[in-house]
Design a binder for this molecule. Sequence first.
Ligand code: NI
Length: 143
Amino acid sequence: MAENDLTRFSIAVPENLLNQFDKLNERTRGDRNRSEAVRDLIRQALVADELRTPEEEVIGSLTMIYDHHTGDLTRRLDDIQHDYTAEIVSTMHVHLDHHNCLEILALKGVGARVYELADKLLALRGVHHGALTCAATGTSLEL
Ligand code: NI
């Protein structure tokens, strides 16, 4: 199979989310169909991953929105964070409404550790939205 042959697959998306995605597409790139838009998202994720600098010191923030009623999510978030006390400089927790919490973590440390922490937290079921914004400080560290 040639590298650029297309593979079809189906994904399940809540209708409301798909409607919002279509509207965003229409507004930002009117001529782009849904498949092209999803391909762009996949490429963006791959590029973002390539930009990671695991061997360098990074600083950044991790923003999460989650429903604290989801299973034992609060405990799991807490357990993971307690394994990264050297990287978590500060945290801010905002109770948004009856269900949702906004949590912002200020992070600093070796990229590999900071990315690992973000990946673990954002993978938890119940974390609806999450984004890590990071920049290398220009300092290379021994791993
Ligand atoms: Ni809360």
